[in-house]
Each structure stands twice: as structure tokens, then as C-alpha cells.
Design a protein around this ligand. Structure first.
Ligand code: GLA
Length: 657
């Protein structure tokens, strides 16, 4: 089992703190208010470089010393940033070659943040010099509870197309393929006269006049993810040389950032940490929060993790930045805890008065403490204090959903059957339907041992290796249940089509074969024989050994199967070949009972025999559920029926069974 090194005991409360933006008298006020709010952990020095090293080699630590001592004196632990996330202006002025280059070959200038090329040796040397100084100075300071490497690595700069990156890409390709001929075969370079004779001829996939080579694109994503991970390792090695404190960086498991393959990153974290913001560009932001939390738990190997950033209210980077209604932030926070978080932190402590984030919410808003936002923070703090004993427990789940960044990168290539089909839409739809049926889902990587699961869901998993596909087939043969949705199993890791009909890797286990895709235009609907409708996608599908559960009543595939079920070995496998409401099907497959309710989350964490039942009621109406034990939130006994008020939360320590 993966060991996890949480910075604090219990379910802690924390935040980013940017004292560089304020004067020392404000720091003292902050420390007092942090104590009042029960803040236990502050992330400092996240964007500290230009203050710590105002000119090359001139280091000034006085302010950071003072802030750390102030926090220490107030019993607040430090999540210490290495400070390298954004280079200071002197560095990009003296060495413009550290600046990242976009796919169109144009430079991305400083003036924002993260303006550095992940392959730049100059950046790396300067950044590591700073890390060395910071680690040496504070590595054994008793207030330091966690190291925070850089910040959201790859948020803006993951893909750099400069000459230095091109050289790094070539070196990486040599390591992967060994011989140029192997690369030619993997990339299918006979197509469009792309055959390479020498490594030096290979470029990163810069913008071209026409469609680019999709295998080259996916390899560039792989290279870029590994390249930044290598950078993370370089910073971490320095920290470990000077300190025994756990090390992490903040992931971005969100709906709009996808550049790093966190399955390969996560094992290198002492504790997995995620940043999550409700995304109102999605139709349904709250279920996406639950999905992201489940995926973060998957990255943590099922062990507890940290929510490193969330917003107390609105963010500032969406087109319409909605605030949170009273109670909403607490429900969101408890949703993360229910799904495995043992630490809830915010970006940021005090709302900035200047800079690009001056309209981003904070725990302490511009209007001060006589505010709803501040009172909500105090309430959350009290709640987290009351439920502290859940820390260390693990989420109970017997349904898995397979998720893959590699597949995401490749599925959304430049030329595909339908631009309207996106990977996350498919993933979210499956997760949402399970969640609405009260099913807690483990989101795991292809290749993970499946034996403990009674149902495995595979939404839109376009790319899969032979070995991972075989493991799924074996799982079903041994008695498992599998549900696959369309555009799955189409290619191998080289993005090469699995020939013989779709859904390639899953044809046998599903007992179907499709000879052609039949995407639908946006807005078009087809009727299914079970009374539901399909949108977006159909297939010219026939069953081999499966049974059709629903067929198309009209549209291009009239009479052909849309939903099938196959008995395979001792197990059962369903295929859903169109976009349709899967609630009933997933309910049946998961063996769920009870009323569908997408406004209610019911999740259980367990610590040995001890169960903690989390109930989060997103609706305005009260709900009643069977439960017995003690509600830690209200400190009241629960004797058979648990009533949770509209918008309320409960965490019931269940009577040991
Ligand atoms: C990210 C960053 C923070 C801040 C927030 C705003 O998560 O890590 O520095 O910019 O976004 O939402």
C-alpha cells in the first residue's frame, strides 16, 4: 500500500498566502485572523523568486524569515514553495532563450507567469540555485511541514516548441524507439511522405499547413509530461538533501487542463495534492467536482490526499465568475473530504488588491471580516475540526472507471470522426450517472488490478495497449461486469487503428463488431427502441455473440443495435454505441438500489471496521436516510433515520458492525 505523508493530523484547513503583496502590519493582522479561522497550514513563497533574488545571485530572505517566524509563533505550519514557478524579469531579460515558444513558433513573453521553457538548461540552473538556497535555509525549520515544488507545473508552459525542446524531444524519441526505422513504423511515416532518414530531421509538431501526424502529436505530449516530471525530480532531489519534510506539487485535475499524465507523476509525490475550481463553463459543475475528487483519490492509490486550492467564492478566469451561495463552499469542501481529502486549502488567504487576480475570491475578502464569506470560512473550520477523526480512513467503492491521459490526448486529435465527441464528456456522463444512483466510483488507470470491482466502466477509451485490453477481457471472463461506451478500443499506443472492425480491442468481450461510425450532427436525435434517444454518435454495428438491448428506430442506422449485452466467460459486458442516458443501465450493472437523485451524495469512508457516512445534500429540500451512529457535524445521535436539511451536510460515525 502506498504510504502517504500528510503535513498535519486531522482534517486540516489551509491556504495560499502571498505576504509579498502586503506590508508587515498586515502580516500580523493576518496571523491573528488565521488563528481565529483555525488555519493550520499556509503555502508561502509560491511566487517569491523576484523578491528572494532581486538581482542575479543577490539573495534577500529577511521578509520570508519574518513571515515564517510569525507563522511559527502562531502555531501555523508552512507549506513552503520553492519559489521557482515564475522567473524574475532580470532572468528573462538576460536570457530570453528561457522563454517558451508556442506551436506557431512565436515566443511567449514575460508579463504573466510561468514564462519558461521546461527544457531550458539556463532556467533549470538558475531555478535549482534558488531551490538550493531555500532548502538549505529552511530545510530543518520546525514550522516547515511540506515542500511545494514550483506551482501547477505545466499549467501554461507544458508544451514548448523551441529548438532546445526540439533537441530534448529527439533525445527522448531515441530512448523510446532506439532505431529511426522503429519510429517511422510507429508514426506511420509512409503517409504523406514523412519518412525520416535521421533523428536530426525530426521536429516538435509545430503548426503546419495541414493536419499534423497524430502519432507525433501524442509522443510530444508524452515527452512533455515526462520532461516536466524530470524537472520536478531535480527540485525534489535538492529538497531531500536538506530536509526530511514531505514533498509535493499541486496537480490540476480539472476539466480544462490535460497536459500531464498524472498516473506517472503521482507515485513520486509524498502526498497527492490537487487544485480544483468549480467550472461554470460546464453544464453541471458539481458532479465534475465529485469526479475530479475521485480521480485525485485514484492518483493517491486510494489513500488520503490534499485539496491544495479551491475558491471561497468566485474565480476570475471564467467568462462569468459565479460566486457561491451560503453553504455551497462547505458542501464542496465536504465533498472533497467524503472522497478522500484530509486537508482543505484555498487559493488564497487574503484577496489581492492588485494584479491579475484582484477579482478572485479569497478566505478574507476585500470587504473584510463582516462578510458572508468570512463567516462561511469560520463555519467550515469548525466543521473540519469536528470531523477530524475521519482522517486516514479510506473511501469504500466496488465500481471502477478507467481513465487515461494518453487516451485523452490521442482521442481528441485534429482529424477525427466528430469534433463534438470529447473524452471528458463521455467520462463525465458515466460518472454522473453512477453518482446520481448513489454509486461511489474509483477512478483508476488502465492496467490497475480489477479483481476487487464488481463493475468496471470504460467510457470512450480510444487508446489502449494490448496488455491493458487483455486484463479487462480476463476480468470479465473471470466473472466481472464491464460497460464500454463508444469510441473505445480503437487504437494501440502508436495510435494505429486496430483492424477488423470497431471497437477493436473490445470486439470479442463485447460480442459486437462495427464496420463504420455514424456521427450525428449537433442537435440531431435518433429514437431508440427502449424509448430513450441517442445523440452525437451511432455505429453500423452488428452483434456476434451479444444480444441487442435497444436498436435505432430511425436515423442512419435504423434497425441496428445501439445498446448490447454479452455473456463472456463467467461475466457480462455491455456496449453503448450512442450518447444516451445511461442511468438505468448503469444502475442495473452496478446493482444499485434506491431512488435516483443527482442532488445527493452519499459516500462512505472506512477505517477498519469503523464507517463514516458522508451525506451532502445539494438540494433545497431535506432528505431522510437510514443511518445509525453519531453525526459529527451536529454532534447529535442518529437512531435509525438521518435527516439532512436542504443544503446541509452530515458525517455519521456509524455504529461498528
Ligand atoms: C491556480 C494557481 C493559483 C491561482 C489560482 C486562481 O490554481 O495555482 O496561483 O492563480 O489558479 O484560481
Amino acid at each position: 500500500m502506498k504510504t502517504v505523508r500528510m503535513p498535519l493530523p486531522g482534517v486540516s484547513l489551509g491556504c495560499d498566502y502571498n505576504p509579498e503583496q502586503w506590508s508587515p502590519d498586515v502580516w500580523r493582522e493576518d496571523a491573528a485572523l488565521m488563528r481565529q479561522a483555525g488555519v493550520g497550514l499556509v503555502a508561502v513563497n509560491i511566487f517569491g523568486w523576484s523578491n528572494l533574488e532581486p538581482s542575479p545571485g543577490e539573495y534577500r530572505f529577511d521578509d520570508l524569515d519574518e513571515v515564517i517566524e510569525l507563522m511559527h509563533a502562531n502555531g501555523i505550519k508552512i507549506n513552503l514553495g520553492t519559489g521557482t514557478s515564475s522567473p524574475p524579469p532580470w532572468l528573462t531579460t538576460q536570457h530570453p532563450e528561457v522563454l517558451p515558444v508556442a506551436a506557431d513558433g512565436t515566443v511567449r513573453f514575460p508579463g504573466g507567469r510561468q514564462a519558461w521553457c521546461p527544457s531550458s538548461p539556463v532556467f533549470r540552473k538558475r531555478a535549482l540555485d534558488l531551490v538550493e538556497r531555500v532548502a538549505r535555509r529552511y530545510g530543518e525549520h520546525p514550522a516547515i511541514a511540506l515542500w511545494h515544488v514550483s506551482n501547477e507545473l505545466g499549467c501554461h508552459n507544458a508544451l514548448c516548441y523551441c529548438e532546445t525542446s526540439a533537441e530534448g524531444f529527439r533525445t527522448w524519441l531515441r530512448g523510446r524507439y532506439g532505431k529511426i526505422e522503429t519510429l517511422n513504423e510507429a508514426w506511420g511515416t509512409s503517409f504523406w511522405s514523412q519518412r525520416y532518414g535521421a533523428w536530426a530531421e525530426i521536429q516538435p509538431p509545430r503548426l503546419a499547413l495541414s493536419l499534423r501526424n497524430p502519432a507525433q502529436l501524442v509522443d510530444f505530449q508524452r515527452f512533455s509530461s515526462e520532461n516536466l516530471l524530470d524537472y520536478y525530480r531535480a527540485e525534489t532531489a535538492i529538497l531531500r538533501a536538506h530536509s526530511t519534510v514531505p514533498v509535493t506539487t499541486n496537480f490540476m485535475v480539472t476539466a480544462h487542463i490535460r497536459n500531464l499524465d498524472y498516473w506517472s507523476w503521482a507515485p513520486e509525490m509524498d502526498v497527492v495534492a490537487n487544485d480544483h475550481y468549480l467550472d461554470h463553463r460546464l453544464g453541471e459543475p458539481v458532479p465534475e467536482l465529485s469526479f475530479a475528487a475521485d480521480l485525485t483519490r485514484g492518483l493517491a492509490g486510494g489513500r488520503p490526499w490534499m485539496l491544495m486550492e479551491q475558491a471561497a467564492g468566485a474565480v476570475n478566469w471564467q467568462p462569468h465568475n459565479l460566486t457561491k451561495a451560503p453553504g455551497e463552499m462547505i458542501r464542496n469542501s465536504l465533498t472533497h473530504v467524503a472522497r478522500g481529502a484530509d486537508s482543505i486549502c484555498f487559493f488564497q488567504w487574503r484577496a489581492s488588491a492588485q494584479g491579475a487576480e484582484k477579482f478572485h475570491s479569497a478566505m478574507l475578502p476585500h470587504a473584510g471580516t463582516d462578510t458572508v464569506a468570512w463567516r462561511e470560512v469560520l463555519k467550515l473550520s469548525e466543521t473540519l475540526g469536528r470531523i477530524g477523526e475521519v482522517a486516514g480512513s479510506e473511501v469504500e467503492s466496488d465500481v471502477a472507471l478507467l481513465f487515461s491521459w494518453e487516451s485523452w490526448w490521442s482521442a481528441e486529435g485534429e482529424a477525427r470522426p466528430s469534433q463534438a465527441v470529447t473524452y471528458l464528456d463521455q467520462v463525465h456522463a458515466s460518472h454522473r450517472a453512477l453518482r446520481a444512483n448513489g454509486v461511489t466510483v474509483d477512478v483508476i488507470a488502465p492496467g490497475t488490478d480489477l479483481t476487487k470491482y464488481k463493475l468496471v466502466v470504460v467510457p470512450g477509451l480510444y487508446m489502449i495497449s494490448d496488455a491493458d485490453a487483455q486484463a479487462i477481457t480476463d476480468y470479465v471472463a473471470a466473472g466481472g461486469k464491464l460497460l464500454v461506451t463508444f469510441f473505445s478500443g480503437i487504437v494501440d499506443e502508436r495510435d494505429r487503428i486496430r483492424l477488423g472492425g470497431y471497437p477493436g480491442a473490445f470486439r470479442d468481450v463485447l460480442g459486437v463488431v462495427a464496420e463504420e461510425f455514424g456521427p450525428l450532427l449537433p442537435g440531431a436525435e435518433v429514437d431508440l427502441s427502449d424509448g430513450t434517444t441517442g445523440t452525437l454518435w451511432t455505429e453500423r454495428l452488428r452483434t456476434t455473440t451479444a444480444t441487442a438491448l435497444a436498436t435505432y428506430e430511425n436515423g442512419p442506422m435504423t434497425g441496428l443495435p445501439a445498446i448490447t449485452r454479452n455473456a463472456y466467460g463467467k461475466g457480462t459486458a455491455w456496449y453503448v454505441a450512442t450518447k444516451t442516458d445511461m442511468s438505468d443501465l448503469l444502475k442495473e450493472a452496478a446493482g444499485a438500489t434506491g431512488e435516483k437523485n443527482d442532488q445527493l451524495e452519499v459516500v462512505r469512508r472506512k477505517n477498519g471496521d469503523r464507517g463514516y457516512l458522508f451525506v451532502i445534500n445539494h438540494s433545497p429540500d431535506p432528505v431522510e436516510l437510514p443511518a445509525a451512529g453519531h453525526d459529527l457535524v451536529t454532534d447529535q445521535p442518529v437512531t435509525g433515520v438521518l435527516r439532512v436539511e436542504g443544503g446541509g451536510v452530515a458525517v455519521v460515525r456509524e455504529e461498528a458492525s
